[in-house]
Write a protein that binds this ligand. Structure first.
Ligand code: FES
Length: 262
């Protein structure tokens, strides 16, 4: 049963938004932080507080993969098996962890410590193969390093993300996602060398982002396509002065010829 404290915090989340129903996603994270999953009672509580139907809440909770209908262990371990990570070793890591833990996909170990799941791209492909523990990055994994992390977590040892803070429990992490910070956000590195390569090249070449125009409300407005094309051309000079372009007729002419004709 949800406590009065939890009801109060659910209301607190809804009150953060001009439209209270905008708070549904963090509210569901709070439910997971206290219940270990999305329970029918949690769905009813959100629906009642937001004055929407349980079916609407349930529709959201079943759409997003971060919401779990089955209890999650102390540590949710997500192995990326999307294309790049898979070929870089993600499939091998996932298979090794399944054997090591004696569980299948989306299953929890008997001691309730680890829930294993294969996940889609984490937008961290420059560190493939990537594993997530309670949504914190573990970069450049191998089957051996992944198993070591799992063993350390089960043994209660401190484990740190390769690009983030020390790992807390899944319920604690869910509370942060509900908008109740644990003040660990600034712990550990925020970006790794692979993510900063582009920045280094830009600095070396003296490239800066276009200033962009400001709209009436002070917000940046999108550049015209012509400006974007021009910026792209300046950043990436043509590989050949005689680059061939297709004419509508299906015949071809060189860029130089095209320029002469204009
Ligand atoms: S494919 Fe794994 S992070 Fe992108």
């Amino acid at each position: 049963m949800l406590s009065e404290t939890t009801y109060g915090e659910l209301q607190e989340i809804a009150a953060r938004y001009p439209e209270p129903r905008s708070g549904l996603l963090p509210m569901l994270h709070l439910v997971q932080s206290v219940e270990g999953r999305i329970t029918p009672e949690g769905i009813e509580a959100c629906a009642e507080l937001l004055n929407i139907t349980a079916a609407e809440v349930s529709g959201v909770a079943t759409f997003y993969t971060m919401y779990k209908r089955r209890p999650v262990g102390d540590y949710h371990v997500g192995v990326c098996t999307n294309t790049l990570c898979a070929v870089m070793g993600g499939d091998a890591i996932f298979e090794r962890l399944k054997d090591h833990l004696g569980v299948g996909n989306d299953e929890t170990t008997e001691d309730g410590k680890i829930t294993l799941e294969h996940v889609e791209c984490n937008a961290a492909c420059d560190y493939a193969p990537v594993m997530m523990v309670n949504w914190e990055f573990m970069d450049n994994m191998t089957p051996e390093t992944a198993m070591q992390i799992i063993d350390d977590l089960r043994a209660g040892k401190e484990v740190r993300s390769t690009r983030g803070p020390r790992i807390v429990t899944w319920r604690e992490a869910e509370r942060v996602l509900a908008g109740f910070p644990d003040d660990l956000a600034d712990e550990g590195p925020a970006a790794g060398p692979a993510s900063l390569v582009g920045l280094g090249i830009a600095r070396e070449k003296g490239w800066t982002a276009p200033a962009g125009a400001q709209g009436e409300n002070g917000h940046a407005v999108p550049e015209e396509p012509r400006q974007v094309e021009q910026a792209a051309a300046e950043a990436s000079p043509p590989q050949s002065d005689n680059a061939t372009v297709e004419k509508e007729s299906g015949t071809s002419e060189t860029a130089a010829e095209k320029g002469d004709a204009q």
